[in-house]
Design a protein around this ligand. Structure first.
Ligand code: RIB
Ligand code: CA
Length: 401
């Protein structure tokens, strides 16, 4: 459901900088979480090491369902490798008054009312809520109607639930965020030790190749840029699954037909939501079906071979009148985001500090330098095996995998 992305020409901005020790520092962002270095895969280019070496993979899914959130949640609930400790709805695509019951509907459809659902933030940290009902429909599920849920949320608020679960399983819990980051930022702000005992965070969010709701910003980061900056600067090992790869996950009629042919409640619900979303895009003149942004974040965690990752220092624009929510990626590899084969490291880039905007005359700052050398804080997904992704998504939702 991506009415946002076709509107804007994709613009590419990438600041490059680096230190000669860039590859050796790629694990720095992860050393804060000693468990990662012990139990996870070695931190190397192209591999995410936020996934433990063995199951069960304890996860919390923070979400704003949401058409693509719905299929992502159904995928996660059909994946035996995941121990979903909680689902924490947040305001985003639609207000919390809809994302919460939509999450409850989905755990009922999947027969997973064993998973606690904890209500999260109704508004971003410091901004008015901007929703995406134009893309996700007034009910948040693309107009697909399901019965009112009878399941109730737990009384514990989302941020407190996140802190309780992470403290119960220090070093084991991965946060999978597929909506604005308000709940997670609130949890980080409420418990200064949290970032050091979270195993990792896999986000659908951000973009190093232009936005979807504005030319600069991807929706989840756009809704709450301040929350996103708190997360990127927290020290939690982050895998960013942004528009750079999720733009290659358009749901097709063939996918929906496969789901319709499978006779189980999950595939039927996914087909209903997907059919509505494809029809919406067609009616609004878009050439492709809705992108399964959020499912790619879940699938990339389930099977790290689906994504190719590159170390970046990522920061978030929070003061722009036009660019708030832009995620800027600083990398030791100059030039194009997708490293063309044989591209040598740009020697000039290897020694450049990380710069922000020029200080104004009113500022006390005299230098634009934010950091004097490149230290990555994020593994950014730069390539995706779309066929392998859809094989996993449709296979799990239809029950054939
Ligand atoms: O930009 C894509 C993101 O925004 C997805 O999480 C989608 O659900 C919307 O919230
Ligand atoms: Ca979402």
């Amino acid at each position: 459901m991506d009415s946002k992305q076709e509107i804007f020409r994709i613009t590419r901005r990438q600041f490059v900088t680096s230190s000669a020790a860039v590859l050796a520092t790629s694990s720095l962002a992860h050393e804060a979480n000693a468990v990662t270095a012990l139990a996870g895969q070695p931190s190397e280019q192209g591999k995410s090491d936020v996934r433990p070496a063995r199951g069960p993979f304890r996860v919390i899914i923070d979400t704003d369902p949401g058409v693509d959130d719905a299929l992502a949640l159904l995928l996660a609930m059909r994946s035996p490798e995941l121990k979903i400790e909680a689902i924490t709805p947040v305001a985003g695509n639609v207000p919390l008054g809809l994302t919460l019951p939509n999450a409850l509907r989905l755990v009922e459809i999947a027969g997973r009312t064993d998973i606690p659902v904890a209500a999260g933030a109704r508004t971003p940290l410091v901004r008015r809520l901007v929703t995406a009902t134009y893309a996700h429909g007034e009910n948040g599920l693309g107009g697909a109607v399901f019965p009112e849920p009878t399941t109730k949320p737990v009384a514990t608020p989302a941020a407190e639930m996140i802190c309780q679960i992470v403290r119960k399983y220090p070093g084991e819990v991965t946060l999978i965020t597929i909506g604005p980051l308000t709940n997670v930022a609130t949890a980080i702000n409420s418990d200064p030790e949290l970032a050091g005992i979270v195993r990792g965070l896999v986000m659908m969010g951000g973009s190093l190749s232009g936005g979807n709701i504005t030319p600069a910003a991807e929706f989840n980061v756009y809704v709450d840029p301040e929350a996103a900056r708190i997360v990127f600067q927290s020290g939690i090992p982050i895998t960013m699954v942004g528009l750079d790869v999720t733009r290659k996950t358009s749901l097709t009629d063939d996918h929906v037909r496969t789901l319709e042919a499978a006779q189980n409640p999950v595939s039927q619900a996914a087909a209903k939501i997907g059919r509505n979303a494809i029809n919406h895009n067609r009616e609004h003149g878009y050439l492709v079906g809705p992108n399964m942004h959020d499912s790619l974040a879940v699938a990339g965690f389930l099977d790290p071979s689906i994504l190719k990752l590159q170390d970046y220092y990522v920061d978030v624009e929070t003061t722009g009148e036009l660019t708030a929510g832009e995620t800027l990626g600083y990398s030791p590899i100059a030039g194009d985001l997708r490293r063309r084969p044989g591209m040598e490291k740009d020697a000039a880039a290897a020694n450049m500090p990380i710069r922000g905007s020029a200080p104004t005359l009113a500022s006390t700052k005299t230098s634009p330098v934010l950091r004097d050398k490149f230290v990555p804080n994020t593994k950014v997904a730069i390539e995706v095996d779309s066929a392998k992704f859809f094989d996993l998504l449709i296979g799990r939702l239809s029950g054939s995998k």
